[in-house]
Design a protein around this ligand. Structure first.
Ligand code: SAM
Ligand code: SF4
Length: 325
């Protein structure tokens, strides 16, 4: 699949639910109205869509949400996708808050998952409770440990926010390094109405890098995953530091992905409303109609997002949990 800007699309972010058992302040409001369950694609429909997309050249699928592991029966879906590995599909991964990994890490590994991104913005349990509005720090710690012992490679994702967790990003990098985990820092994006004042919390990662370089030797790395992170090798730990900089350093020219919401709405870009609706087409349209809709999406895929931290309002009303991070 190629879009109108010549970019090859071979990576899918698939949100399996917009629900979550945490309420991270930069992602959700405390009171959220979630999608009715009847509107979600069934696992069979997701499998049909995934198979079709793999047929069109998709090599990697990342399950996300909301929290993907709170959807009932999720391991079954991962098993279905895992069965496509080696038949066009090269990787199935997940982004998770880690709370359900204690029970699920081994099953995910058995289904073919080899690495996971686990979100963790702080090592301080009280700060964690404030940031996520839930008391789940220990669960996440156990989840990360369960993933490690199941054999999953781990990248910790942390949203870097001024005045919130900027004082402990070095500790987080050291903590990850001691355990052999990569760390990716993310600039907070203006999506959906939430409690955080994003202008105040905005922290360009260039600034973070300069501050981390007082303690760590960061060597630009050629390492790439399918996502937008630019990596550094951390000489002291042998692990990597990724930087995801949607606001301070635009990476859209190399975009290789589209995003499927749990309802079957497919978005060309996290930062735009350009979309096609696939649910009814999957249900009744057949493969040609699916191709037509995907081609329409690719033709209109925006050149770049237009997030602007100076605008004191969300770029889109849609929360991150709908399209998946
Ligand atoms: N619940 C899972 C989790 O937290 O990892 C998966 C979904 S979550 C939306 C995916 C990633 O997006 C997480 O790493 C989260 O920290 C990040 N995220 C959420 N809202 C964000 C925002 N407004 N800007 C930047 N990153 C955000
Ligand atoms: Fe839930 Fe992930 Fe959003 Fe936090 S970032 S509220 S864990 S979906």
């Amino acid at each position: 699949m190629r879009d109108a800007h010549g970019r090859r699309i071979d990576y899918i972010r698939l949100s399996v639910t917009d629900r979550c058992n945490l309420r991270c302040t930069y992602c959700m409001a405390e009171e959220m109205e979630f999608l009715p369950r009847r509107d979600l694609l069934t696992f069979e429909e997701i499998e049909t869509l995934a198979r079709h997309l793999v047929g069109r050249g998709v090599k990697r699928i990342r399950l996300t949400g909301g929290e993907p592991l709170v959807r009932k029966g999720i391991v079954e879906l991962v098993e279905k996708l895992g069965a496509m590995l080696g038949h066009g599909l090269e990787e199935v991964t997940l982004t998770t808050n880690g709370t359900r990994l204690p029970d699920m890490a081994e099953q995910l590994f058995a289904a073919g998952v080899r690495r996971v991104n686990v979100s963790l913005d702080t090592l301080d349990p009280a700060r964690f409770a404030r940031l996520t509005r839930r008391d789940a720090f220990e669960q996440v710690m156990q989840g990360i440990e369960a993933a490690r012992s199941a054999g999953l490679a781990i990248r910790v994702n942390a949203v870097a926010m001024r005045g919130v967790n900027d004082d402990e990003l070095g500790d987080l990098l050291a903590w990850c390094g001691e355990r052999g985990y990569d760390l990716a820092l993310i600039e907070a994006m203006p999506l959906g109405d939430v409690a955080v004042d994003r202008r105040q919390a905005h922290l360009p990662l260039d600034e973070v890098r300069r501050s981390l370089e007082q303690t760590f030797t960061l060597l630009p790395s050629l390492h790439r995953t399918a996502g937008p992170a630019r990596y550094f090798d951390v000489a002291e730990t042998g692990t990597r530091l990724g930087m995801i900089t949607p606001l301070s350093d635009n990476f859209c020219a190399a975009c290789n992905r589209i995003r499927i919401a749990a309802t079957g709405t497919v978005y060309g870009c996290l930062g735009h409303d350009q979309k096609v609706e696939l649910r009814d087409i999957i249900r009744t349209g057949g493969p040609e109609a699916l191709d037509d809709a995907l081609d329409r999406l690719l033709a209109g895929k925006p050149a770049r997002h237009d997030f602007d931290i100076e605008r004191n309002e969300p770029a889109l009303a849609r929360h991150m949990s709908v399209t998946g991070g």
